[in-house]
Design a protein around this ligand. Structure first.
Ligand SMILES: Cc1cc2nc3c(=O)[nH]c(=O)nc-3n(C[C@H](O)[C@H](O)[C@H](O)COP(=O)(O)O)c2cc1C
Length: 153
């Protein structure tokens, strides 16, 4: 019998709380089936992220296509990590942004590319949310947790 771990890290890069709130929405939906921890990207070690079986990153974009303040250091650290740092991790990215900006959802795109480039398995396509994001974000969260549950089974 396979012994799959169910450790899920739901991480947020957030400046004004939108992505953070969505991370807690993920926890509410996933906590029956997964051992969930929610953390800001500046509140967790890279080792802890790498040890997670499932990772969902909810990340907004700031400035001109930049990472939120609480995400930049971890993004730099993860970029410098080993090529297979996220092998064994099933991940999905929820990107928040605003189509009024040229670099729409750039930070989320960067995380998506980074985790895949370091060996992670993308379990659901990245969602890129505009300002009116609540309904589609909730739908994506439910779909993503269902895909992770199916993987766990
Ligand atoms: C000063 C400022 C700069 C922003 N820059 C971008 C950007 O470059 N690209 C983008 O897609 N969204 C941009 N946004 C939109 C935010 O990503 C969006 O409002 C998001 O919902 C904020 O989520 P948060 O509260 O989790 O940080 C910007 C918003 C502000 C106020």
């Amino acid at each position: 019998m396979s012994e799959k771990g169910n450790k899920m890290s739901v991480l947020y890069g957030s400046q004004t709380g939108n992505a953070e709130m969505l991370a807690y929405d993920v926890e509410a939906i996933a906590s029956d089936d997964f051992d969930v921890q929610v953390a800001g990207l500046d509140e967790i070690s890279l080792e802890d992220i790498m040890a997670s079986d499932y990772v969902i990153i909810c990340c907004s974009t700031w400035g001109d296509g930049e990472q939120p303040d609480n995400a930049q250091d971890m993004f730099d650290e993860a970029s410098d990590s080993d090529d297979d740092a996220f092998s064994g991790t099933q991940f999905a990215i929820l990107a928040l942004g605003d189509t009024a900006f040229d670099l729409f959802c750039e930070s989320g795109k960067e995380w998506d590319e980074l985790l895949e480039g370091k060996g992670g398995s993308r379990i659901n396509e990245r969602i890129e949310c505009d300002v009116d994001y609540e309904d589609e974000a909730e739908e994506w969260i439910e779909e993503t947790v269902d895909l992770m549950k199916a993987h766990l089974a």
